[in-house]
Design a binder for this molecule. Structure first.
Ligand SMILES: *Cc1c(COP(=O)(O)O)cnc(C)c1O
Length: 343
């Protein structure tokens, strides 16, 4: 075994074909025993359920090397249960949660040479996913499913410090009321592609989506939850039934209360409150960046500027970021069960 000869610190967020991937098939009403394979290509019917009616769900997590040289991943049991929830909402058979965690371990261990070294800032991104593979022409769930996991090394999210971004309030919605916003399905991303390309063309890093029912409340961006800090230093987390339950956000909630002694409130947050200047810091959170600071929100030409400014992350977001990444990297003691050691 030898580490791959990659320029770890300068990897972007791109797909590399790595050595092994995990595959399990669901056929005749049961999952097979699964295996690690070398072939990165999939052969399927031209009429596979995923190709016709987008029956697919996915997950995203990372493996990385800790300060003392172990390869670990972060709370994979939560990805397992979230993927099972996603699958059930799309009438797919859930992949057993204990087997999910074991498959993540096996896939990372088989690709250990691709796990970036400690201190590089790079990580091994893990992508579990499953989809309907048998032919479907009438509108109904597929009979057969494929569950897979591949891994790919990705570079540091921020090169040279986390710079605040400018985001806009989107005129598009990402989720219907009582729809699929709360599950991790590719279909939610397909419909956000036009909105994100348009946002980038207008010079914005992301779209903030409002609640689809009334368009008065803050939901999230296309792929990250939103956090606010109010004038009393309280961490305020928007709640809604169509927000995807981010594992990073749930972890930050715990860290804020239990490591930093902060007050945390999860509640509906209106756009009006944000415009009234009730919040001093704002950030996005997700596996990729942990926290990405927002400097400004543009609402149809009207700018909402946070006091933390456009130069650096605000002090509360920075503390949350340092504490969670400290736990992940093994510099701070983790709550029971958060760090899953692979090697
Ligand atoms: C994956 C995802 C997130 C972030 O979730 P994490 O578990 O923290 O990575 C947030 N919003 C959406 C829509 C997502 O798909």
């Amino acid at each position: 075994m030898a580490k791959k000869d990659l320029d770890w610190g300068n990897l972007g967020f791109a797909y590399h074909v790595t050595d092994k991937r995990y595959v399990s098939m669901y056929q005749n009403g049961a999952w097979d025993e699964g295996a690690l394979i070398s072939d990165d290509k999939i052969v399927m019917s031209e009429d596979a359920g995923v190709l016709q009616y987008s029956q697919s769900v996915f997950e995203g997590l990372k493996a990385y090397t800790t300060e003392n040289g172990h390869i670990v991943c972060f709370r994979p049991d939560l990805n397992a249960s979230r993927m099972a929830d996603s699958a059930r909402r799309l009438e797919m058979p859930a992949f057993p949660e204990d087997r999910f965690v074991e498959a993540v371990r096996q896939t990372v261990a088989a690709n250990a040479d691709w796990v970036p070294p400690y201190g590089s800032g790079a990580t091994l991104y893990i992508r579990p996913y499953m989809f309907g593979i048998s032919p479907v022409i009438g509108v109904k769930p597929a009979d057969d499913y494929m569950f897979r996991i591949f891994v790919t090394p990705v570079g540091p999210y921020f090169k040279g410090g986390a710079k605040p971004i400018v985001v806009r309030i989107s005129d598009f919605d990402r989720a219907a009321p009582r729809g699929t916003g709360h599950i991790k399905a590719g279909l939610n991303y397909a419909m956000s592609l036009h909105a994100i390309v348009d946002a980038h063309n207008q010079g914005f890093a992301e779209n903030i989506y409002l609640d689809p029912g009334t368009r008065t409340k803050i939901e999230e961006t296309g792929g990250a939850n939103i956090l606010f800090v109010d004038r009393d230093g309280v961490l305020v987390i928007p709640s809604s039934t169509s927000i995807l339950p981010s594992i990073t956000r749930r972890s930050l909630h715990y860290v804020a209360e239990n490591y930093l002694g902060m007050k945390v409130v999860e509640r509906e947050v209106t756009l009006k409150e944000v415009e009234d200047g009730n919040f001093v810091e704002c950030g996005l959170c997700g596996t990729a960046a942990v926290i990405s600071p927002i400097g400004k929100i543009n609402d149809h030409g009207r700018e909402i500027c946070f006091e933390s400014g456009m130069e650096e992350m605000g002090p509360v977001m920075q503390k949350l970021y340092d504490t969670l990444t400290g736990i992940q990297m093994g510099r701070l003691e983790a709550p029971e069960g958060w760090i899953c050691r692979i090697m």
